[in-house]
Design a protein around this ligand. Sequence first.
Ligand code: MSP
Length: 709
Amino acid sequence: MTTFYVTTPIYYANSLPHLGHLYTMIVADTIARAKRQRGIETLFLTGTDEHGINIERAAQKAGRTPQEQADYVVSYYKKMTAAFGLDGEHGGYDIFMRTTEPFHYQGVSEFWRRVAKAKTPKGNDAIYKGHYEGWFCAACAAYKTEDEYQKPKSEGAAPTCLIHDTALDRVSEESYFFRLSDYDDALLSLYDGRPDFVRPESRNNEVMSFVRGGLQDLSVSRLRTSVSWGVPVPDDPDHTMYVWFDALINYITAIGFGNEERERTFGFEKYWPALHLVGKDILRFHAVYWPAFLMAAGVELPSAIMAHGMWLDPTGRKMSKTIGNTVELDVLNRHFSVDAIRYFCLREMVFGQDGRFGYEALIDRANSDLASGLGNLSSRTLTMISRYCEGQVPSGHIPEEKLLLAKRTGVDTDETTVVGFIEHARDQFLQHFENFAFSRALEVAWSVVARVDKMISDAKPWDLAKDENQKQTLGAVLYRAAESLRWLCVLLYPVMPEASRSIWSQLGLTQSPASIDPGQLKWGDLVEGESIGEVKPIFPRIDKAKTMAEIENDSQPRGVHLTEADAVPGAATQAELKPPPPMKHATEADAVAGAEGLTTFIEIGDFSKVDLRAGEVLSAERVPKADKLLLLKIDIGEEKPRQVLAGIAQYYEPEKLIGRKVVVVANLKPRKLRGFESQGMVVAASFGEEGRPVIATFTEDVPNGARLK
Ligand code: MSP
């Protein structure tokens, strides 16, 4: 095979990306670089999924058109992919696909027409018109069966999505159906005949048992009156294609299916089939629906579908915007080098399984494996070559007459030992890499780092340097270390392109590690007598306490979403972009424009009408049949604690609030909620698309009942 095509999912253009989205791009980028190193013509596709009700809704909420919403998110993606070295400029993706591009419409329409004419393996029409009624999750863009939703807690309410915890929509309308139920046998024989089609194996088993459980036909259109933001069904513009139908087809329209010009530029014939990298949450769409669609359209199936696990937070919860525990890309980018992030993602998550991400864990790994590990090995080796060998690569050869002398210092005079070790490590590394076992591959690479480090520490070059008779022994030790580093640069290039390039040029090498096939590495290609480059630190140590404090500070919610606003100059209003005027005194309310940049002023007298008090939460419990409410008892220095209902149950565990200092609006007219009287209000900031609350508190001691003014 001389060409290779790898894809990430295309990301919904309704919200800004986080670590979960970045991860698949890092994996795809790593694989693409590894293929390119071997001289394989490689195409790497990523992009955005821009249709569907979810994007329509997000746009509406943000006061934009769906196209503006998509443009806005895409501009952020482009900015971030560049910052993380994943774009074309940095040797990353070849195509950033957008499903709103006209060539995609053209290709998708061609695909639909083919499927509409096709017969299923059981001889029926692949597409038919019917009527659909069911619960639809806008966030998943999928209908939900009974085992995929949470039954409503109160009568008349809608069930909620198990993934998103949001209410489902009842949908009942005319729809085109794809006769998926006729593809069960064809799919099962596909999985049987190609055990590597869906990987890892555990996921393959899941997919097979899902198909064995029986397939239901799939509604593949919605009436334009309900969902207009999508590709119209050819010859029936009253229908809009189901967003997943158009999204999956992006993998072939991007490279020229249904569009000659794109075919000429990229080459569907040349590159298809692809390796699809997907999160396990969207495996069914790729491993069941997509092959069935392709069978119907008479298009070759993908080469394989690899499903990775989910990034969880340090406590094991899935990252989600609703919980507010996602890792924001701009925060990550500001505090860590791209290579440290790439290394962490690939080392920490066993591909296929879930992994936990925490800033502290990232700092620990960066300090131990990178700063003290590879970085230290590189700088000590190069510094010693510069100090003891006049900055020139020494000879790795110990002459006959010096062998005994060398042996006495404990240095292994037989070079084949180290060569055998590193060759074996290289083979293992590549084998793990081929199997997507990046974490194990990196473990192997670090066994080389440890071994070479130990060789240096045992040989004590600083002592050898004192004895002129040991000059060759010293040279051999440093040569072995430098040559091992050269090998490591080639092996690690796909994972850490920048660091590998840097060590490479510090070794005085010219050709890039980006184009050296690791399988062809030969011991001894580092040329004796060549000058090394300037020695520079590669992975500076990270001060954990300082960085954690900076991240904490950086992650604080702000009234204005600066990171979002600067994604698209001009997309946000001037008022949003303008920072609030400086405050003279925090209590001088009349000097302050609102956090949103509003310029409606109030008199100090207006403000003093609000009786704000410091209080302490004495108890907190959930309110039966009300998902959002917590019932709090708060001591605000009065005889009896206040009973306050707060709509924060989705974000705060009740027991964690006990003892917390809060700010209470004490003169709010009491009102009844769900049968309980609420005697005040807890003050909280509200931010993000979901209006996530963050309770206001004090960092210094304050007595209960103290007035805020
Ligand atoms: N638009 C669809 C994909 C269509 S592909 C034809 C979609 N988009 S998504 O933006 O919701 O998700 C894209 C990818 O991000 C999925 O593979 C998903 O698994 C991944 N991740 C989102 N959150 C994640 C984590 N917390 N961890 C790891 N990956 C996760 O689905």
